[in-house]
Design a protein around this ligand. Structure first.
Ligand SMILES: CC(C)(COP(=O)(O)OP(=O)(O)OC[C@H]1O[C@@H](n2cnc3c(N)ncnc32)[C@H](O)[C@@H]1OP(=O)(O)O)[C@@H](O)C(=O)NCCC(=O)NCCS
Length: 153
């Protein structure tokens, strides 16, 4: 896929050398970002998998999750603010879903801030439906989580 300036390449797999760039994306995208230690622990988790979007050698977005038997969880999806609305998250999710199916997942679950209309719009486009709410699940700021699920066909 291409944006208006440089081509975007979608690659599978988290590597230790990617962690500093991944942290830049994380900190630019979330008020309560994951720590580098949290990402580092993902490197040795066989159930976790990451799909990364590169502009040249720079990471501009990622999706990470965990697939265990028939269920896959999306931990996070993030795209740098200046790179949004160019289909990068969609390209990441397309690849993520293909990998989840390869791993035997039959459904994908996630939680999202109730006021995150961009992410909810993205997920609805993939057929995710809400199935519950966790009150005050998030901090900084406190906010409910909407739980969403889609069945893979
Ligand atoms: C949510 C996020 C990952 C979307 O990334 P993106 O690369 O801009 O998404 P895409 O360009 O692939 O958008 C695909 C569709 O999602 C929906 N969408 C994306 N951003 C939207 C917005 N700001 N408002 C409404 N709908 C939006 C639209 O339906 C869009 O399709 P369209 O552009 O044809 O209308 C990005 O906004 C982001 O990183 N946000 C901060 C981190 C975050 O909240 N992550 C989710 C945590 S659960």
């Amino acid at each position: 896929m291409e944006n208006k300036t440089n081509p975007i390449e979608i690659r599978m797999g988290l590597r230790e050398e990617y962690l500093p760039m991944l942290m830049e994306v994380e900190q630019a995208c979330f008020s309560d970002p994951w720590t580098e230690a949290a990402f580092r622990s993902e490197l040795s988790n066989n159930y976790s998998f990451y799909v990364l979007a590169f502009e040249g050698e720079r990471i501009v977005g990622y999706v990470g999750g965990m697939s265990l038997y028939e269920t896959c969880d999306i931990n996070n999806v993030a795209v740098l603010p200046e790179m949004r609305r160019r289909g990068i998250a969609s390209a990441l999710l397309d690849r993520f879903f293909a990998e989840a199916k390869e791993r035997g997942a039959q459904q994908v679950l996630l939680e999202v801030r109730a006021g995150n209309t961009a992410a909810i719009g993205l997920y609805e486009g993939y057929g995710f439906k809400p199935y519950g709410v966790r009150k005050n699940y998030y901090q900084n700021p406190a906010e409910d989580a909407v739980l969403m699920v889609v069945t893979l066909c």
